[in-house]
Design a protein around this ligand. Structure first.
Ligand SMILES: *[C@@H]1O[C@H](CO)[C@@H](O)[C@H](O)[C@H]1NC(C)=O
Ligand SMILES: *[C@@H]1O[C@H](CO)[C@@H](O)[C@H](O)[C@H]1NC(C)=O
Ligand SMILES: *[C@@H]1O[C@H](CO)[C@@H](O)[C@H](O)[C@H]1NC(C)=O
Ligand SMILES: *[C@@H]1O[C@H](CO)[C@@H](O)[C@H](O)[C@H]1NC(C)=O
Ligand SMILES: *[C@@H]1O[C@H](CO)[C@@H](O)[C@H](O)[C@H]1NC(C)=O
Ligand SMILES: *[C@@H]1O[C@H](CO)[C@@H](O)[C@H](O)[C@H]1NC(C)=O
Ligand SMILES: *[C@@H]1O[C@H](CO)[C@@H](O)[C@H](O)[C@H]1NC(C)=O
Ligand SMILES: *[C@@H]1O[C@H](CO)[C@@H](O)[C@H](O)[C@H]1NC(C)=O
Ligand SMILES: *[C@@H]1O[C@H](CO)[C@@H](O)[C@H](O)[C@H]1NC(C)=O
Ligand SMILES: *[C@@H]1O[C@H](CO)[C@@H](O)[C@H](O)[C@H]1NC(C)=O
Ligand SMILES: *[C@@H]1O[C@H](CO)[C@@H](O)[C@H](O)[C@H]1NC(C)=O
Ligand SMILES: *[C@@H]1O[C@H](CO)[C@@H](O)[C@H](O)[C@H]1NC(C)=O
Length: 639
């Protein structure tokens, strides 16, 4: 929204000056192209994050060089040839190098330069992490140290070796060129990071966004503003159309077979999301991403966005996989994300209220009303009691009043993974107070299908029942109906359904405390997840993103780590191959023994019915069928 400054000559000179300085820095930073080599960050991530510092990452330069040139190439990255002395060097290299061979990048018996022996002799590491002497003039791919540290948001106890949001150290700068754009990024122990990339021009309120056409040198080293959030939740700006790229692999060529699948992150307007997907199609190959294997993923309101994208004509063709975690699809509070209003309905139900609350109702002239709303303070506009936060049928990005699941309307025929938490609703409802009679009426209307649990605590029993009805009504029934219609009409390339029955609630959002966390008992200071507790909305996020390390949160019992590994392995497998069952060959080569053993013992996730993600896993048919039918949310809802 800052266009008013554009005419200021002084500022303009300043901006041009900055842009030149940045362009020079981007050029000085090692591009994969200036090194004439692909760069891959190797990290043996078993999610046991308190042990990460014993498994330092390394940088692999794929182009063969002699040992002198190898050493120079590492120094161009402000690193040196990889030390062989880390505690798990042999274990880590066994798996990392086997994986390079599995991917077809190098032969299994390939040797790679590492640091010289104590007497100065040239050395290389090969299969099974074996270090051998090598002729200094040989040309081999190169392993360099990777000294940038871990970064963390820091909520729990942060280990000493880790940095909390470190200042950007220019020595870890890395450059990427894509078309006429160049990007300055950075790296940490886990990935190369290009943060806060503007994919669209700074937007104007109530207008469609356009693909970025600003200065060609982009400083992508720090997060940019999130969008303004409803209800005054947190800071934010309307100038928020930025995306972040995290990648372990940067390539010299964008046609390379080594490109990785792509998962995007965001929850903005549908049109803005389509703009972001267009940006991904144009530029992601330069960041090592494969534009033919893009998966859109969202949880809660994010899943509602994915649902809208599945039926959005301009989005069709821009992605090939979709993950919907706890989609608010159903009746009651999720109705607006299930049945989209047309513009005149939205005007009646929402716009008129907004006009009145903002004082923009002083005129009947629509143009004047619009300019009044455009001038209104953005943080106040999203903090009034009436907000427009669901898709509207605009005829361009959203053209149908619901996702057309009978095959008769626009639909992205992609691979889909969808599911819910067993007790999504337990984080959405409140503890019973005087609402009991209302609940009794609903229970009566469904003819005994929702019996009151007979525990020792009546308050908890009523809460449990309300949570069950809430989960069915707001999340589960119509997520299942979505899947059933997709199957019945063969709409999707593949379809996978899950229900989580083990969860790890966000530590900064845990409503109805302590309902969503396991009971604390002797020996289990963080709760015993094998006991009963509500598996609430958002209890899947740390697991699906493998991000307990970012929050510095502990594993609560012995089963937690292998469970977290299994969930992440399944999600990553879907994103790679559209099947949440990773291949046994893949698990073997990567050293992912826990997931391997789990698949052997507990079987694979079947394409029909639900996989119950817990310890142990099991499969089941559709859940709550009779209850859903009684709630008028049957499997046949979408035809
Ligand atoms: C890039 O942005 C970071 C963070 O705002 C800043 O510290 C750094 O100086 C910038 N670099 C250049 C070359 O502009
Ligand atoms: C993490 O690794 C350490 C060292 O191998 C081990 O002692 C610990 O039990 C592991 N943590 C979990 C949660 O398995
Ligand atoms: C290594 O390669 C560089 C560049 O090709 C060359 O100049 C140098 O002589 C080589 N050194 C050895 C020891 O082979
Ligand atoms: C950069 O490339 C885009 C699309 O490839 C093009 O539309 C734009 O005009 C180019 N900008 C400049 C400054 O060359
Ligand atoms: C949002 O509205 C609430 C209640 O009216 C108020 O307390 C709060 O300060 C407002 N927040 C912002 C950012 O204006
Ligand atoms: C998604 O992007 C936001 C905003 O840039 C960032 O704060 C957040 O950490 C990202 N989420 C994940 C899961 O990476
Ligand atoms: C909007 O409200 C007006 C006045 O009450 C009514 O005549 C009209 O039918 C409503 N339109 C829709 C689409 O609900
Ligand atoms: C605008 O809305 C406010 C709040 O509902 C109301 O008090 C006022 O009369 C309305 N003004 C006009 C001109 O309709
Ligand atoms: C019953 O459960 C509620 C909700 O967890 C709790 O607040 C209350 O203390 C419990 N009552 C008893 C007697 O344990
Ligand atoms: C809720 O009630 C059901 C049925 O009695 C029971 O199986 C379940 O364990 C209860 N949930 C919790 C979190 O106590
Ligand atoms: C379901 O719909 C039927 C018929 O329209 C109605 O009689 C019944 O009350 C509805 N049940 C619920 C729980 O809304
Ligand atoms: C789906 O197909 C099955 C088998 O043909 C049928 O029994 C069922 O009624 C269909 N369900 C829906 C929702 O159309």
């Amino acid at each position: 929204m800052g266009a008013t400054c554009a005419g200021w000559k002084m500022l303009l000179y300043l901006l041009v000056g900055l842009a030149r300085g940045l362009a020079a820095l981007v050029q000085a930073s090692p591009f994969p192209t200036s090194l004439r080599s692909d760069i891959t960050l190797l990290f043996q991530n078993d999610l046991n994050w308190t042990e990460f510092s014993n498994h330092p990452s390394a940088l692999l330069l794929s182009t063969p060089l002699n040992s002198t040139s190898a050493s120079i190439a590492c120094s161009q990255l402000s690193e040196s040839l990889l030390s062989t002395s880390s505690p798990f060097f042999t274990y880590d290299m066994t798996h990392q190098l086997a994986y390079q061979s599995f991917l077809g990048h190098h032969p299994f018996l390939q040797r790679y330069w590492v640091s010289p022996s104590s007497s100065g002799g040239c050395q290389a590491v090969g299969a099974f992490g074996t270090v051998v002497a090598a002729g200094c003039g040989e040309k081999l791919p190169v392993l360099c140290t990777q000294s940038a540290r871990w970064t963390i948001t820091g909520e729990g106890t942060v280990p000493a070796e880790w940095d909390m949001f470190p200042p950007v150290d220019p020595k870890y700068g890395v450059g990427v060129q894509s078309g006429n754009l160049s990007f300055l990024g950075t790296r940490d122990q886990l990935s190369f990071r290009f943060l806060g990339i503007p994919y669209a021009n700074a937007p104007s309120r109530f207008e469609y966004s356009t693909v970025y056409s600003g200065p060609s040198s982009i400083n992508a080293t720090s997060y940019r503003s999130p969008c303004t959030q409803i209800g005054g939740m947190g800071p934010g700006s309307e100038d928020c159309l930025f995306l972040n790229v995290w990648t372990p692999h940067l390539s010299t060529t964008s046609s390379s077979s080594s490109l990785k699948p792509v998962l995007t992150n965001g929850s903005f307007g549908i049109a803005d999301q389509v703009t972001a997907l267009r940006w991904v199609q144009e530029h992601i190959a330069s960041f090592g991403g494969d534009p033919r294997r893009v998966t859109v993923s969202g949880q809660s309101a994010g899943a509602a966005s994915v649902r809208a994208l599945l039926g959005s004509p301009p989005a069709i063709g821009l992605f090939n996989g979709a993950i919907l975690q706890s989609d608010p699809v159903g009746s009651g509070m999720s109705a607006p994300w299930t049945y989209y209003p047309i513009i005149t309905q939205e005007y009646n139900s929402t716009t008129q209220g907004i006009l009145a609350l903002t004082g923009c109702n002083g005129t009947d002239n629509v143009a004047q009303q619009l300019s009044c709303l455009k001038a209104y303070d953005p943080l106040q506009l999203v903090n009034i009691s009436v907000v427009a936060n669901a898709p509207v049928v605009d005829g361009t990005y959203v053209t149908t009043t619901e996702l057309p699941l009978t095959g008769t309307g626009p639909l992205a025929r992609v691979n889909v993974m969808i599911g819910n938490m067993r007790d999504d609703g337990a984080a959405i409802i409140s503890y019973p107070t005087q609402g009991e009679s209302l609940l009794n009426a609903a229970v009566a209307a469904t003819g005994g299908l929702f019996p009151l649990p007979s525990g020792s605590n009546t308050t908890l029993d009523i809460f449990n029942l309300t949570a069950r009805m809430g989960t069915d009504t707001i999340f589960r029934c119509l997520s299942e109906a979505t899947a059933q219609s997709g199957l019945n009409h063969s709409l999707f390339k593949s379809l996978w359904y899950y229900q989580f029955e083990r969860s790890y609630q966000l530590n900064w959002w845990s409503p109805n405390w302590p309902a969503c966390v396991p009971p604390v008992e002797e020996g289990f200071p963080y709760g015993d997840p094998s006991q009963e507790y509500f598996h609430c909305h958002s209890g899947d996020l740390y697991l699906a993103f493998g991000s307990l390390n970012r929050a510095a949160l502990p594993y609560r019992d012995a089963a937690d780590l292998p469970f977290a590994q299994a969930v992440l392995d399944r999600w990553a497998s879907f994103i790679r191959s559209y099947n949440p069952n990773p291949s046994m060959a893949y698990l073997t080569v990567r050293g992912y023994a826990n997931t391997y053993n789990m698949l052997v013992q507990e079987g694979t996730w079947k394409p029909v019915g639900a996989a119950v993600l817990s310890v142990p896993e099991r499969s089941t048919g559709w859940l709550e069928l009779e209850q859903c039918a009684a709630l008028n949310l049957s499997l046949a809802t979408f035809g």
